[in-house]
Design a protein. Sequence first.
Length: 95
Amino acid sequence: MEDARFENILLEAINEALVKVFGSETSRSVQFYIDPNIALVDPNAYASSLEKMFKDGAKVVLEAIIEALCRRTGQPGTGPKNFGDAISSLKNEMK
């Protein structure tokens, strides 16, 4: 049950961050081309897809996702980690 709850929170955080960074219409386009569900299975693959699409700009998106996820889980920031490690850390702290 905890995994499903975290997955929902992660998807909500991704949506929130994309809307914050791009606005709602562009956010929908990004989610069409890069399925947020990838982040549930392989967060680093999701990050890599964003980096391929946005180059250095992906860093802003990934930081916004982590910020939204920290706020939604009530956890402090994760510090300088790659996206996959940050997601794993927040998921473990939520258990």
